[in-house]
Design a protein around this ligand. Structure first.
Ligand code: EPU
Length: 426
């Protein structure tokens, strides 16, 4: 298992390009199941999760090819409609094949994802919505088994989700594109990735309105066709680079970014003392002096994203003052706290709140990544910890950040990847 060694204390300076958004690209790959034609996606990041989704689609008989940052999906000869436990357990986002498979092939057998490091994460809302569209669903041997019964197509319906769910909204939106009649999804997720997916689907011939609001309307069509779509920039990766710059007192410009998708994060960075400039597709951050502690609360978009909570906590660890972080989306998303404490952070957890007392200095130690965003927070903390920080289990990081260590190194960080055997001096 690879590890990262970080020697803290370098100010980050320079320019870095944001990669395409993992959480948009994954769903668009699944959308490739909705048509026999070719779907051409550009700006697709090179990530472990993207490879997993490609393998999942290939196992169903779809042809998935990558050339540089472009991935093409052609699903003219589907041979299976099954998503196996082995793949789904490594990536929960696999659940987004359920809607497209049902809509296109009329049946699907998708493993239930099971537990997860950041919370229970049930998929009941996906199933409830698909049932409203006419799917017949049962759970058998750990699998969701869904079909259309006697029906030829799914049927449009009005669906009100009990809570705001990103992949749930996306699954239902994709399924509804090929349903008979109109579907209205109320309480829909407003995340920019949902909007980008809707844009991609509309280019494929779908009729979706209202993406980006809490009511999405889908007028079903008989079939979708091929299209070419450029994946939006990854706002969480962008934000992670900005926080890395801020914690080191650095000056960094993130290019090819989407500033309009990061309002809540930029506001909090400004509150912490960062000087931020934005252009149409870039964000510049300069940090002078020690950051100030801020309070934040995660919530669905456009509020502060849960996917940035761990990284912001790392910043809070060395800020001046006391900040409270409330996590409202996932019940177990504080796994990074114990690891940050190994670096000398002063954090107390009470239920879904963490009180972070900023300390003057962190000190390097061996720490372990527990999930994707937790691993980013440990890397960020390592950038300012005195001495060496070794981050173990960075396969979590590789799921969602493209060559993170190389790009941080280009900005001046002293960071290196090592294979399984660590030098005995460490
Ligand atoms: N929930 C239910 N029932 C459902 C669906 C969700 O109770 O049927 C609950 C979840 O347990 C959670 C809350 O609703 O407490 C919100 O979950 P949501 O469904 O929105 O999360 P998701 O779609 O599984 C996506 C991202 C996550 C991101 C969340 C929240 C993808 C592939 N994943 O997950 O990204 O944290 O939305 O914004 O889009 C990451 O990239 O590191 C990551 C975890």
């Amino acid at each position: 298992m690879d590890q990262l060694r970080i020697r803290g204390g370098q100010r980050l300076r320079g320019r870095v390009r944001a990669a395409g958004a993992k959480n948009a690209a994954l769903k668009m790959l699944a959308a490739g199941l909705l048509t026999r034609d070719e779907l051409v996606l550009s700006n697709v990041p090179q990530l472990a999760d993207i490879s997993t989704m490609s393998r999942l689609l290939s196992a169903m008989g779809a042809k998935v090819r990558r050339h540089g940052d472009t991935v093409t999906v052609r699903s003219d000869g589907l041979t299976s409609t099954e998503a196996s436990y082995d793949l789904v357990k490594t990536m929960r986002a696999s659940i987004v094949v359920l809607g497209p498979l049902l809509a296109r092939a009329g049946s699907a057998r998708v493993s239930l994802p099971g537990g997860c490091a950041i919370g229970a994460r049930p998929v009941d809302q996906h199933l409830k919505g698909l049932q409203a569209l006419g799917a017949e669903i049962r759970i058998e041997h750990g699998y969701i088994v869904a079909d259309l019964g006697q029906k030829r197509r799914l049927r449009g319906a009005r669906i009100v989700t009990d809570l705001v769910t990103v992949t749930g909204t996306e699954n239902l939106m994709m399924a509804a594109t090929l349903a008979e009649g109109e579907t209205v999804i109320e309480n829909a997720a407003r995340e920019p990735e949902v909007v980008d997916l809707a844009g991609c689907l509309n280019q494929m011939g779908a009729r979706i309105r209202g993406a980006g609001t809490d009511r999405i309307t889908v007028e079903g069509v008989e079939s979708l066709h091929g299209a070419a779509h450029r994946v939006m920039p990854d706002r969480i990766e962008t934000g992670s680079f900005l926080i890395a710059a801020a914690i080191t007192g650095g000056e960094v410009v993130v290019e090819a970014a989407a500033p309009g998708t990061l309002d809540a994060v930029l506001d909090k960075l400004r509150e912490a003392g960062a000087d931020i400039q934005t252009g149409e597709d870039w964000i510049g951050l300069r940090m002078n002096g020690r950051p100030r502690a801020v309070d934040l609360r995660t919530a669905p978009y456009p509020a502060f994203p849960t996917d940035m909570q761990a990284q912001f906590m790392a910043l809070g660890c060395v800020s001046e003052g006391v900040g409270t972080i409330v996590e409202t989306i996932f019940e177990n998303r504080f796994m990074h706290v114990l690891e940050l404490q190994r670096l000398g952070a002063d954090i107390r957890i009470d239920g879904n709140s963490a009180v972070v007392h900023g300390v003057e200095k962190l000190s390097g130690a061996r720490v372990m990544a527990t999930d994707l965003r937790a691993s980013a927070s440990l890397v960020i903390a390592g950038l300012v910890a005195e001495g060496e920080t070794w981050v173990d289990r960075i396969y979590h990081l590789d799921r969602g950040y493209e060559r993170m260590e190389q790009r941080l190194a280009q900005l001046g960080a002293l960071i290196e990847r090592f294979g399984a055997i660590r030098p005995s001096t460490a």
